[in-house]
Design a protein around this ligand. Structure first.
Ligand SMILES: [Fe+2]
Length: 294
């Protein structure tokens, strides 16, 4: 899940119980009525889902299964070069299907025995407090649709490839899963909107777009990089800064472009110490102080 409202197509529930996803005119699927009908139906599954019930299966076409197959095959080649060892280990443990889109219920079934995480369907934007808060309970909100088949290597929104390839493979590793839970606990602990936004920015610059050193090599562990066919080839050329809580919490980002400022951990242990330690202990006061001193 990405966190910014402008990236999600608005979802409107109608009086008759049906759900409409309002795709922008620039969306690759805007003029495809069949795709739009499927998007509406898939959003409806999330709107009507109740936590604790199985996630209803989304309908995908053969062409959409082929998109998954094509994109994840290409990404796997890049992951071998650019992903951290722990992400690759998570992917190996999880064992996602390679030739069809897995249903979210199936992803939960693979993930829960490994790290206790389960997926929840999201129709569109989930409010920050809820999105982050439930991470503490081992729940991850995820969209269920896949990008339009006309542009397999591009999506203007976080789709099931981002949510599952980017996030579930990381959530399948105990050490990353522990960091997701700590982010959730931090979001639950803080009251002010400023503090919540600060916590979410740390998440953005780490679990979404984080990079770290592995020996002499710069590798990616952030879901946004690892699910983006274009971005994964570019991250080493970005402005790479040292891991710093205040800097991450106060740096603005533009979700509509490749991330040009990235923060580098020196190792996974360093990430756990600095970012895990921050999420474990932060509160409104400590974050207010960081913001005041910035
Ligand atoms: Fe995400």
């Amino acid at each position: 899940m990405f966190e910014e409202a402008q990236y999600f197509a608005p979802v409107a529930a109608q009086d008759d119980g049906s759900v409409v996803v309002e795709l922008a005119a620039s969306h690759p699927g805007f003029a495809d009525p069949v795709y739009r009908a499927r998007r509406n139906a898939i959003a409806g599954l999330a709107v009507h889902h109740r936590r604790g019930e199985p996630i209803p299966a989304a309908e995908y076409t053969e062409l959409e299964h082929e998109i998954w197959t094509l994109v994840i095959r290409e990404l796997a080649v890049k992951h071998a070069k650019y992903a951290t060892a722990e992400y690759l280990e998570g992917a190996e443990r999880l064992g996602l299907p390679e030739t069809r889109i897995p249903q979210l219920e199936e992803v939960s079934g693979l993930l829960e025995p490994l790290t206790g995480f389960r997926y929840l369907p999201a129709a569109g934007l989930v409010p920050l407090r809820d999105f982050y808060g439930v991470l503490a309970d081992g729940y991850f909100h995820s969209t269920q649709y896949i990008r339009h088949h006309s542009v397999p290597f591009y999506t203007p929104e976080p789709d099931v490839i981002h949510e599952v390839i980017g996030h579930a493979n990381a959530l399948a590793h105990d050490r990353y899963a522990a960091l997701y839970r700590l982010a959730g606990a931090a979001a639950r602990r803080v009251d002010s909107e400023e503090a919540l936004e600060f916590v979410s920015k740390i998440f953005w610059f780490t679990l979404e777009f984080g990079v770290m050193l592995e020996g002499p090599e710069l590798k990616a562990y952030g879901a946004g990089i690892l699910s983006s066919y274009g971005e994964i080839e570019e991250f080493r050329g970005m402005s790479i800064r040292p891991l710093d809580i205040r800097a991450m919490g106060t740096t603005d980002y533009d979700i509509t472009r490749y991330q040009d400022v990235l923060f580098r951990a020196e190792s996974l242990q360093h990430l756990e110490d600095v970012v895990g330690g921050f999420w474990e202990n932060c509160d409104d006061d400590s974050i207010a102080k960081l913001l005041t001193d910035a």
